[in-house]
Design a binder for this molecule. Structure first.
Ligand SMILES: O=C(O)CCC(=O)C(=O)O
Length: 350
């Protein structure tokens, strides 16, 4: 199991911090560090701002076979990333509407660090809009510490447990694709309604990628906001409740599911009646969405580029389970079962 441990130590050197980890007395098979040594040294000062910043900067991920979350105290101050649980109303909202918005899911400091890396790779100058020549630039999987830390905060991990189930999802080791959108009057060419397909992705033609009623290969769709996103800043558009309609569309296709090309043929018209919501928020907000939620990009009409990642959360067993002998369904599964209640469910023996 992957455990997040957030440590604040008195010691300003990495070897000492490493040695301290040994007292965890765990059979750690994998320890990943995210330590800013300058900030670690600054911890010795009484400067409150630096100390606060430091606290956000020590992230250790330790793989052990023990309990899901553990703090570590070696006579030092222990700081745990504040865990915010989803309320029962939020969980119910996720089942009915297909998403939950978590503000402050990761820190703005992490967002800034990540954006500095992304800006470099865009080849554009953040201070010179004349270099922002394309409406969208897509960048690939980032696994540097700020990205991994953002994907694995205690708040998010708790939410994954609540929505998918304890032990039923895999921790993310990178953040997938970043479609970075720039203010532009040009058509970005990728703003159609869709669901994110989750298997058959070895086929070079992405329109052949598939999705099935068990959501093979995807437990959640996630939208990570790395910049502040207002209504003009190309927020992702979401069709509220569309996941329920999609479950009904996918069920008859069974295990083999349907291809994106097939589903997109009518522009996802079955969900056109759903209310539309713009996924706005400040940097550090994460939308956890049902994998069947229909969504779309849109042109950027604002002034500052929008940085967003949209990785899947992978199911530990490879797919969701729609028949559990013990009835212990996660909300992501409950939503599909509710959508299929009655005739359809009996017909397809889910
Ligand atoms: O950029 C966005 O707002 C969403 C992009 C998207 O949904 C996609 O590329 O699959």
């Amino acid at each position: 199991m992957d455990i997040a441990i957030v440590i604040s130590a008195r010691h300003a050197d990495a070897p000492r911090v490493t040695a301290d980890l040994a007292v965890l007395n765990e059979a750690a098979v994998n320890v990943r560090f995210h330590v800013d040594l300058h900030l670690l040294a600054a911890k010795r000062t009484r400067d409150q701002e630096l100390v606060r910043h430091c606290r956000l900067s020590y992230s250790y991920w330790v793989t052990t076979s023990h309990e899901p979350f553990r703090s570590y105290d070696q006579g030092s101050i222990v700081v745990q990333d504040q865990v915010r649980e989803l309320t029962p109303t939020e969980v119910t909202g996720f089942i009915q509407q297909g998403f939950v918005k978590i503000e402050g899911a990761f820190s703005q400091d992490l967002a800034e660090e990540a954006c500095a890396i992304l800006w470099r790779d865009t080849g554009c100058n953040p201070d010179d809009p004349s270099t922002w020549t394309r409406p969208v630039i897509r960048l690939g999987s980032y696994s540097q510490p700020p990205f991994v830390a953002a994907a694995n905060t205690a708040t998010l991990r708790r939410a994954f447990d609540q929505l998918v189930g304890v032990g039923r999802w895999l921790p993310r080791e990178n953040l997938g694709t970043f479609p970075i959108r720039f203010p532009s009057s040009a058509d970005p060419g990728d703003a159609g309604w869709h669901v994110d397909a989750s298997f058959g992705t070895e086929n070079p033609d992405f329109m052949s990628w598939r999705v099935n009623v068990h959501s093979k290969g995807r437990a959640l769709l996630m939208l990570f906001l790395f910049s502040d996103v207002g209504p003009e800043d190309a927020p992702t558009r979401i069709r509220v409740g569309s996941h329920l309609e999609m479950a009904r569309i996918l069920a008859p296709a069974g295990e083999q599911g349907r291809s994106l090309g097939d589903l997109a043929r009518n522009g996802f018209a079955e969900t056109a009646h759903c209310a539309e919501l713009a996924a706005t928020g400040s940097a550090g907000t994460v939308y956890l969405c049902h994998p069947f939620l229909v969504h779309a990009a849109q042109p950027h009409r604002g002034t500052r580029p929008r940085f967003l990642a949209q990785p899947p959360l992978l199911p530990a067993s490879g797919r969701l389970e729609l028949t559990r002998p013990d009835g212990d369904y996660g909300p992501v599964e409950v939503a599909i079962r509710r959508a299929l209640e009655g005739v359809v469910r009996q017909r397809f023996e889910l």
